[in-house]
Design a binder for this molecule. Structure first.
Ligand SMILES: [Zn+2]
Length: 118
């Protein structure tokens, strides 16, 4: 086998692995809907890392998006359940902060996938 063949095989392998990772990400959520008191206040794109701060009369929640996952990193709520819950990434996973009536739910843009899993 020639050296160039090996390089080609390696390159193809890398592309396949990258595609597999991308595809896996698709199986997780695409967006996270943020609701307060049952009303959608924001929709977060999970493909973009970032911090999001939400303030309500009950208090505040800071949401972190990292590598397609989402979590509440800070809140001034009484029980801190939302912070302790950590990262969620799968479709229909939700972080709920009862004291603030605050909820972050992972959603998929892929309707077919939702139909299969539900
Ligand atoms: Zn909370």
């Amino acid at each position: 086998m020639k050296k160039t063949d090996l390089i080609l095989i390696f390159v193809v392998l890398v592309i396949f692995v990258s595609l597999a990772i991308l595809f896996n990400h698709k199986k997780g959520g695409d967006v996270a809907t943020v609701t307060h008191n049952g009303t959608i206040v924001d929709t977060i794109d999970l493909s973009k890392d970032g911090n999001y701060r939400y303030e309500f009369e009950e208090g505040y929640n800071i949401v972190l998006v990292d590598d397609g996952k989402v979590r509440v990193i800070e809140s001034n709520c009484t029980n801190q359940n939302c912070v302790n819950q950590g990262f969620v990434e799968n479709t229909n996973d939700a972080i709920i902060c009862l004291p603030h009536k605050f909820c972050v739910t992972v959603k998929s843009n892929d309707v077919t996938y939702d139909a299969v899993t539900n």
